[in-house]
Design a protein around this ligand. Structure first.
Ligand SMILES: Cc1ncc(COP(=O)(O)O)c(C=O)c1O
Length: 395
């Protein structure tokens, strides 16, 4: 099968590079390759491009350019936020609150801190993946320094009530830093940091048709923050290392285009997602939809379900052979046989969670793509169920 005929439905893992983003980046790879810290002409040209990119990124966030720290992507932004605040504020307290369904970039950073004597509370979620503001209020303590709750979940698309959660924290103690991982939310939802009331926000370019290996962390002025990458004084001493100028230009262009086209993109994605949501359970028995049932509280491009009696991996392999790229849980856990921590936190039992399937749509997908999936998926699922008939399927 040639790659043009394939149907790519894993945009939560990564997205193709927008040609307009590539075009904006090319000069900074090919000709204007100076080091932005150099004082001569070549350095100044690179610096100009870097600072223009920072201004554009800040504009989308409703922030000041100096509040943007450029990073190597979502994981680094999350790590920098969690560790940066935990260490800088540890004289005041060593208690961190996060949720049970965060990306591992947050969970593993918090876990490591607990091995160093920090305390962590992992807020539970309900059956649709929502963190409760009341639950957060009850978990706050005088020694809490940081709360990190994701804006939208990468596996089931749940949009957390970030403004309400941040407000609850600030009412308790305005010194507590509120961080949100907006890696999946960016390009679909409002990420204005004042509307959300957050102190820190993580972004990654490759989820919004930008390049891989570049991201940003918004840091509100006066947030206690200890840089985690040590060396030179780049990024106002918050992240050492020669800046990725072309990457920053790419992130800025991808974000700007995403927010210019937000409404049309979202309307298109919602239309495709709702079609899939309505049709798949009608055409295939034993489909349990996962995540929010209210389409308004779910990412516009996100569809997820569990297929009874099957292993998600087996379904993915069959889909791949049939020209469809999809995911079972997050890409980062694919390859390990661990059951998704997100689905288990939502109360889905291990057997059902093993049959999870995630389809995340993109702006280039068409109705025809979805109809092709609706035609092919039931047949291949039935075939797999015939081959492994040990687990009964309830309609
Ligand atoms: C919610 C969330 N946070 C963080 C990350 C990590 O981002 P990156 O791959 O850019 O390091 C991802 C990537 O899948 C994600 O979905």
């Amino acid at each position: 099968m040639n790659s043009d005929q394939r149907i790519y439905l894993d945009h939560a893992a990564t997205t193709p590079l927008d040609p307009r983003v590539l075009e904006a980046m090319l000069p900074y790879l090919a000709s204007a390759w100076g080091n932005p810290s150099s004082i001569y002409y070549e350095g100044r040209e690179a610096r100009k491009a870097l600072e223009a990119a920072r201004r554009d990124i800040a504009a989308v966030l409703g922030a000041k350019p100096n509040d943007i720290v450029l990073t190597s992507g979502g994981s680094e932004s999350d790590n920098a936020a969690i560790r940066g605040v935990a260490y800088a504020a540890q004289r005041r307290g060593r208690h961190i609150i996060t949720s049970a369904i965060e990306h591992h970039a947050v969970l593993h950073a918090v876990e490591q801190l607990t091995q160093e004597g920090f305390e962590a509370t992992y807020l539970p979620v309900d059956g649709e993946g929502f963190v409760s503001p009341e639950g957060l209020r009850a978990a706050l303590r005088p020694e809490t320094t940081l709360v990190s709750i994701m804006y939208a979940n990468n596996e089931v698309g749940t949009i957390e009530p970030i403004a309400e959660l941040a407000r609850a924290v600030k009412e308790y103690d305005p010194r507590i830093v509120f961080h949100t991982d907006a890696v999946q939310a960016a390009g679909s939802l409002d990420i204005n940091v004042d509307n959300l009331g957050v102190d820190m926000l993580s972004l990654a370019a490759h989820k919004i048709y930008g390049p891989k290996g570049v991201g940003a962390l918004y840091v509100r002025p006066r947030t206690p923050f200890a840089g985690q990458m040590l060396g030179g004084s780049q990024e106002r001493n918050r992240r050492a290392g020669t800046e990725n100028v072309a990457g920053a230009v790419g992130l800025a262009k991808a974000l700007t285009v995403a927010y210019e086209e937000l409404d049309t993109r979202n309307a298109h994605l919602r239309d495709l997602r709702d079609h899939l949501w309505r049709e798949l359970p009608r055409r295939l028995p034993g489909v349990r939809l996962t995540g929010p049932s209210d389409p308004e509280r779910r990412l516009p491009n996100s569809f997820s379900c569990c297929l009874e009696g099957l292993e998600g991996e087996a379904v993915l392999i069959q889909m791949d052979l049939n020209g469809i790229a999809a995911s079972s849980g997050s890409a980062c856990t694919t390859g390990s046989l661990e059951v998704s921590h997100v689905l288990t936190a939502m109360g889905i039992d291990e057997a059902a969670a093993r049959g999870s399937l995630r389809l995340t749509l993109g702006r280039d997908n068409t109705r025809d793509d979805i109809d092709t999936v609706l035609e092919r998926l039931p047949g291949l699922v039935e075939k797999l169920r015939r081959l492994a008939p040990s687990r009964p399927v309830t309609a």
